[in-house]
Design a protein around this ligand. Structure first.
Ligand SMILES: Cc1cc2nc3c(=O)[nH]c(=O)nc-3n(C[C@H](O)[C@H](O)[C@H](O)COP(=O)(O)OP(=O)(O)OC[C@H]3O[C@@H](n4cnc5c(N)ncnc54)[C@H](O)[C@@H]3O)c2cc1C
Length: 463
């Protein structure tokens, strides 16, 4: 009854076509493509304007109804699924690109703008600029990605994508509309300003501190030419030092390390792909020569690191794509209703060999196909180590095995001093359980102040 009444009030805010409590429609809002089970969703609303979002939040507050914002729901870890029922706020109708500023290199997008939309828009309106696009499917939203501190192909130079926002417009859990960054003082959202950095109150909080309705995103110069060079490394222990040497050149635009169970059968062979860009062919040729020389001299020329004279076309075409298609998804057996999940671990670079060995061990014990892809972030300040497990959705034991492997991997990552990224609710509990008590107290107090009724995506970042 309570929800019937809520639906009527929501209709007054967003219109009849954009509210639903039909079980058929709620079905798709109740699950994602990972292994987290379905959740209870009581109704869904699709706002078009910030005022509509505000109206919904005020209503939800009045009735203490949980609100979970959803972009494309593509984290694979259930982060946009309600933990405690209530209302899903589907942001897809807020899909306008509001401003492009070529001089200060930023673009302002609404919360439903997808990576694909922004990519095509820039291609057409400013092909000399690009944004740090993740490898996620094109329908993933720019804002959803920043809310989980995701990363893209410019993250080697500039750190994770949350570093690339100039500010945002947010509807706070109590309904106030707030401008964060220079927009709070100036007509232009061109920087965070010499102000307290309040973007940190929203990035990484998984929608528990407010609903971002628009965001100013930094753009970067796009070079005309792109190529990929590759190394093969047969000594796992050399990888951290090798990555340090590669990033020291300041010539790599993106660096991935890839390994798989197949590689393990023949010994630990790692493929390292290095994206290079330039405006002149001579520039690329110079960079190729630098990396060729590095491979020849690395490890005292012992031959453990080899320059791939020709990166195979299959690999090359995938890496010259923007975003690259490294795709762990390739490891999934879709013919068998397959899916995949990954623990994206933010690790210190020196823990790569241990992560690799322990990850293999977990995979073997769970009879999992094992694949990993490591993306270097911010000049090697950290890496995102993706431990990927595939499963057959039609087979319950396969789904359960993957969930168990994920749990063990999360624990292993924490023991290595790393932090699982876009952690599912249970892994968030593991993280906060290890957190320094005063920091956890601070997080709890911030949430209490911002969201006194505890309506925003509850069940996240809680013990
Ligand atoms: C094949 C594949 C490859 C991937 N590769 C990458 C990659 O290279 N890099 C990467 O970073 N990620 C990657 N991902 C993970 C994920 O898909 C992306 O990070 C994606 O951008 C998340 O966006 P989304 O729209 O799906 O967010 P959602 O899953 O809808 O939301 C993410 C979180 O943000 C919250 N949220 C959403 N919108 C708002 C809002 N407006 N205000 C407040 N909170 C909000 C949600 O409640 C949720 O907690 C990949 C996923 C897949 C399936």
């Amino acid at each position: 009854m309570e929800y019937r009444e809520l639906v009527r009030s929501l209709v007054e805010i967003v219109g009849e076509d954009y509210v639903s409590d039909n079980p058929e429609e709620l079905y798709i809002y109740a699950r994602d493509s990972g292994t987290e089970g379905p959740r209870r969703v009581d109704c869904v609303a699709m706002p078009r304007t910030v005022q509509e979002v505000q109206g919904i939040v005020l209503l939800a507050n009045e009735r203490c109804i949980p609100v979970t914002p959803m972009g494309a729901n593509l984290t694979l870890n259930g982060l946009a699924l309600p933990n405690k029922g209530g209302l899903v706020l589907d942001m897809k109708r807020m899909d306008r690109i509001l401003e492009l500023n070529r001089m200060a290199r930023y673009v302002v997008v609404e919360a439903g703008v997808t990576q694909g939309m922004l990519g095509s828009y820039l291609e057409k309106n400013s092909p000399d600029l690009e944004h740090s696009r993740p490898e996620a499917p094109a329908m993933a939203t720019v804002v959803g990605n920043i809310m989980i501190r995701g990363h893209g192909y410019l993250s080697l130079r500039y750190g994770n994508n949350a570093h690339m926002t100039n500010g945002m417009e947010v509807v706070l859990p109590t309904g106030e509309i707030c401008n964060i960054g220079s927009l709070s003082v100036s007509p232009w959202p061109f920087c965070k300003g010499p102000l307290p950095d309040l973007t940190g109150l929203f990035c990484g909080w998984h929608g528990t501190t407010g609903i971002v309705t628009k965001l100013s995103l930094k753009l970067f110069p796009r070079r005309r030419l792109l190529d990929v060079v590759g190394f093969i490394c047969t000594d796992l222990e050399l990888i951290p030092e090798l990555l340090r040497a590669i990033t020291h050149t300041d010539m790599a635009d993106n660096v991935f390390v890839i390994g798989s169970a197949l590689a393990d059968a023949r010994g630990p062979v790692q493929f390292i792909t290095i994206s290079i860009t330039g405006d002149l062919e001579e520039e690329l040729e110079y960079k190729r020569a630098v990396f060729r020389k590095m491979a020849a001299e690395f490890g005292d020329g012992s031959g453990t690191v080899k320059f791939m004279k020709d990166v195979p076309d299959l690999l090359k075409t995938r890496f010259v794509e923007k975003p690259p298609f490294v795709s762990p998804a390739l490891a999934a057996d879709f013919d068998k209703g397959g899916g995949y999940r990954y623990c994206g671990a933010i690790l210190p670079t020196w823990q790569i060999p241990s992560g690799w060995k322990k990850g293999m061990d977990i995979a073997r014990r769970h009879h999992k196909h094992y694949f990993y892809g490591i993306q270097v972030l911010g000049y090697g300040h950290s890496v995102m180590f993706g431990f990927v497990y595939t499963f057959n959705r039609a087979d319950r034991s396969s789904v359960r095995d993957t969930s168990d492997a994920m749990k063990e991997t999360n624990t292993m990552v924490l023991e290595l001093g790393g932090i699982p990224w876009k952690a599912e609710a249970s892994a968030q509990s593991d993280i906060v359980a290890r957190m320094d008590a005063n920091t956890l107290g601070l997080i709890t107090r911030i949430r209490k102040v911002l969201d006194p009724n505890g309506i925003m995506n509850p069940g996240n970042w809680e013990v």
